[in-house]
Design a protein. Structure first.
Length: 318
């Protein structure tokens, strides 16, 4: 069993590594794309001799892109946390209901045992006070008193009620077993969601750090552009070299885009698997709600039977 768990953990670790690697490549592509835009802008400035470049517009565009990415990542993290909180709350509420039902069953069992003992004394013709004194007097002429009304106070009815109570207890035990099984599955799914949430948190931290670095790089690039505007004539030869490098980078970007398409396809498959897991969790919660309702109905029926048993006990003792 432990080997299977280790195998599953290895698979999950590999999946996490693949996701991180894919995101890294996406970020690398974005960095290259940024360099692409800057190189293109420089090229236009140099080739147009003294054409002006709107630095503020470039900075604002980059900032909007990064803000959108950060907001989307925060929404994903919050959604995962809400799912974990909802699962935990449902489990806690159902555990409280189960404990209350178990206590009601124990109380009912005590009352039935007491009524059973009293009925046995009466069937022998022994008064409870005589049995307590230690000198019971058995009188064969004594019979179990008969009472009028809807409730049957006979030993046979008491036996039938006890049997019915045992059946209800058995039904509840089956429901408890099923509930425990479902809770184990929910805990497994919850643990997996928590692991994925931690992974998303780490990715978010990394992206925030990358955003800060990009902002610093942007300031440096703006300064570099300003300096190069003053040296346009001197940089014409350097532009030729940059154009060649630009073409090489473009080819590399095209290759990475092809790889990125494959990675995105794999990530889409993983997202579908995650949706399936969420669907299973929802289905289990709905099933637990139905179980909870059945237990409530059983508790009501047990309570009604308990009242009858208590009535029998009181009458028999009289």
């Amino acid at each position: 069993m432990s080997e299977e768990n280790e195998f599953e953990e290895e698979i999950e670790d590999e999946d996490d590594d693949e996701i991180l690697e894919t995101l890294k490549e996406m970020q690398d592509e974005e960095l290259i794309s940024d360099d692409d835009e800057i190189s293109e802008a420089l090229k236009e400035v140099y080739q147009a001799d003294k054409e002006q470049l709107d630095d503020d517009e470039i900075a604002e565009t980059l900032k909007e892109v990064e803000d959108d990415k950060e907001a989307e990542m925060k929404r994903k993290i919050e959604k995962e946390r809400e799912l974990v909180t909802e699962t935990s709350k449902t489990s806690t509420d159902f555990e409280k209901t189960m404990k209350a039902a178990e206590k009601a069953l124990k109380d009912a069992q005590k009352s039935v045992e007491s009524a059973k003992t009293t009925a046995y004394k009466v069937s022998l013709g022994i008064k409870p006070d005589e049995l307590e004194k230690g000198s019971p007097k058995i009188t064969k002429e004594r019979e179990v008193p008969k009472y009028e009304g809807e409730i049957d106070f006979s030993q046979e009815n008491l036996t039938r009620l006890e049997k019915k109570l045992e059946e209800l207890k058995q039904q509840k035990n089956e429901l408890v077993e099923k509930y425990n099984f479902n809770m184990e599955k929910i805990d497994e799914k919850k643990e997996k969601v928590q692991k994925e949430t931690k992974t998303v948190d780490k990715i978010a931290e990394r992206m925030n750090a990358d955003i800060e670095l990009k902002e610093k790089d942007l300031e440096h690039i703006k300064k570099e552009i300003s300096d190069k505007r003053e040296k346009i004539k001197q940089l014409k030869e350097e532009i030729k070299v940059k154009n060649e490098t630009f073409n090489q980078l473009k080819e590399q970007i095209n290759e990475k885009k092809e790889k990125l398409k494959e990675r995105k396809s794999e990530m889409s498959s993983k997202k579908e698997t995650k949706k399936s897991v969420k669907f299973e969790l929802t289905k289990m919660r709905e099933e637990n709600k139905n179980i909870k309702e059945n237990i409530k109905n059983l508790d009501k029926e047990i309570e009604e039977l308990q009242r009858k048993v208590d009535s029998i006990k009181i009458v028999v003792e009289l």
